[in-house]
Design a protein around this ligand. Sequence first.
Ligand code: GLN
Length: 490
Amino acid sequence: MIEKTVAELSAALAAGETTSVALTQAYLEQIAAHNEALNAFITVCADSAMAQARAADEARAAGSTAPLLGIPIAHKDLFCTAGVKTTSGSKILHNFISPYDATVVERLQAAGAVMLGKTNMDEFAMGSSNESSYYGVARNPWSLDRVPGGSSGGSAAAVAADLCAMATGTDTGGSIRQPAAFCGITGLKPSYGRVSRWGMIAYASSLDQAGPLCKTAEDAAILLNVMAGVDDKDSTSISLPAEDFTATLNDSLKGLRIGLPKQHFTRGLNPAIESAVRLAVAELEKLGAEVKEIDLPNSDLAISAYYVIAPAEASANLSRFDGVRYGYRCENPVDLEDMYKRSRSEGFGEEVKRRIMIGTYALSAGFYDAYYRKAQKIRRLVKEDYARAFEDVDVIIGPTTPSPAFALNSMKDSVTMYLEDIYTIALNLAGLPGMSVPAGFVEGLPIGMQLVAKDYAEAKLLNVAHQFQQVTDWHKQKPSLTASAKTTEA
Ligand code: GLN
């Protein structure tokens, strides 16, 4: 049962073929068997999960038809969960127990989902490999000596290894799409504002967005139905008419206009990934889509602009962690200044400190115009590139990442790691929705195809991805967990 999709589990529960208690028990057993190797979970909530499962079964017996009733989920450890530790992957929040639920958590709970626990992640979502987590790296189920991607690496590994049926993640520059690609699952970053950020520990507020990591596009649609929607606690959430994202999954792709950005098929891209993505696009052509090359002339500038804007916002957001209000406090401070300094020096990891310093520098009086304002101008240019492209095409397709999952400890410097996000980051600058779907294997590892649509056109993305998954079976491939365990021993 644990390998089934959310749609299948939902049908099985409705038909009485299984119960939430049985399912939850099965996922907890899978976690017990494999989490030590994968380190996908920071916290497992076995008792409360079983209690929620019993309540779900009772609610079903009483006639409830909540869409996710009784289906086990895992949340990235930056979603606040009332009464459960929320670390954001950092030592500075090692003992933080949130007094309230994030809106996303609350909505999924109201829809009946059973929370299995909280997943591993790069510290404060800064990273592309999960290696910056204070709680140790999460591992890729396809090969334990590879990273699962980041920053939502624990969520991606957990879904890929059937440690949960579905998971939440967040994406500031690629953190849902890149780990989805590396772990061979489906991940959706919604348009900025589509999902409430309330209760999500902020990294870069103008870029952060929550979304689902799951096994299929259909599951992503089911989850987005629950997660999306305006929230008066988040003034950047958008009020749009309610949509059923599953309603258009089966629309025909006849006449769909696909754009392939020439900048996404050049130097730096692993040639085997290029061939896999081109074959995937050919499948969509067989379904009636038309393909043309497009130009996104400012693509090369996106990473540089992001690495000014994101650290600038992070330096402001992370100023609240000062040893006073919550989280880690240094021992025996001699005065207030000492407490601030040592709590932050001891509580934050290296990458987080680097970003705080870059951000503080970029925002300082003499440098604001040279860096921050210029980065915002580039952001506008990037957004305009996409707007222009969408005058001629409905979706833009390319690889999600330039390479398959890389080996643990193989990135020698931060800038090489930053370049991992070369195809994903522009969407966050532009606020656009994007998805990664499994599109083949390279060196025995899964790779992803990225689909991008106009603002708020998630339904279109999900439709294209679902149709693709009707004619391919890349998303059905499973890692062999015992085989991957052997790789590491060897
Ligand atoms: N890898 C990027 C970063 O380190 C993006 C991370 C994310 O999307 N949260 O900032």
